[in-house]
Design a protein around this ligand. Structure first.
Ligand SMILES: Nc1ncnc2c1ncn2[C@@H]1O[C@H](COP(=O)(O)OP(=O)(O)O)[C@@H](O)[C@H]1O
Ligand SMILES: [Mg+2]
Length: 236
């Protein structure tokens, strides 16, 4: 694989919190247009890896490259400008704003009319137009997950980082989200997501990384990772 095919490369990332190792020379690369997944038990460093890629945490060592540029240590805003969108494990929607207002609030570089138009298009794409005028605080957990995705898409990212988009939602909604992500990939988006359940990751990803205790213990196509003895040890 040539380097230019990789939209995201994280090379030997280490991160400690008060001496505790959260990531230990973890390296991943994400191919443009792929769906790439990260799985790993709780506390294995998945969210920390995302936070480092997204610029909300700085690594102790290692480098992050996005679209060929070294962005290590750049601010979250700068990394966002470079085409990285993200959702959070815990919803960050404003409860006292409507869904449309939540989306328009983070639009950038376009006027309000264009932002509203883009917001409505995204809600239509995600089949949640019916909740456009609901307050953030009124949304169900599953609706929040979808609105979080819409919100990240407002900035038209080249790559989306999704932190546990499938956690705590029913299989029907999980499948809907997978279909939406596939459709976005078909339009050129790259999807990089975390999950702690294996089912969707193994079924839907082109490439899977497995983290355990801050290390990448396996990576590759799902069928190979699934049968890796190290992975079975970490999970069962
Ligand atoms: N801000 C933080 N301060 C201190 N420790 C943290 C912080 N964030 C994560 N950790 C620790 O780093 C390890 C990895 O956490 P995390 O990346 O959230 O794991 P995962 O997302 O795989 O569940 C855990 O031991 C966690 O307690
Ligand atoms: Mg996490």
């Amino acid at each position: 694989m040539s380097a230019s095919e990789d939209i995201l490369v994280a090379d030997k990332i280490s991160k400690r919190f008060d001496g505790r190792v959260a990531l230990d020379e973890a390296s991943i690369s994400v191919k443009r247009g792929s769906i790439t997944g990260v799985i790993g038990p709780n506390g294995s460093g998945k969210s920390t890896l995302f936070n480092i890629i997204a610029g909300t945490l700085t690594p102790n060592s290692g480098r992050v490259h996005i679209q060929g540029q070294d962005v290590t240590g750049s601010s979250a805003a700068e990394i966002c400008r470079r085409g990285v969108g993200r959702t959070f494990q815990i919803s960050r929607l404003f409860g006292e704003m409507t869904v449309v207002e939540n989306l328009v609030a983070i639009a950038h570089g376009i006027d309000d009319r264009a932002a509203i138009r883009r917001a409505l298009e995204l809600l239509e794409f995600l089949e949640i137009t019916a909740i456009a005028d609901k307050w953030g605080s009124e949304l169900s957990y599953g609706q929040r997950k979808l609105v979080e995705i819409a919100r990240a898409l407002m900035l038209q990212p080249a790559i989306m980082l999704l932190d546990e988009p499938f956690a705590g939602i029913n299989p029907r909604l999980q499948n809907r989200i997978v279909e939406h992500l596939r459709a976005l990939c078909a339009k050129g988006l790259t999807v990089f997501f975390i999950d702690h359940e294996m089912r969707i990751v193994l079924a839907e990803c082109d490439v899977v990384y497995v983290l355990a205790e801050g290390k990448v213990i396996a990576s590759g196509p799902p069928e190979r990772v699934r049968d890796d003895p190290l992975v079975l040890d970490a999970y069962f």
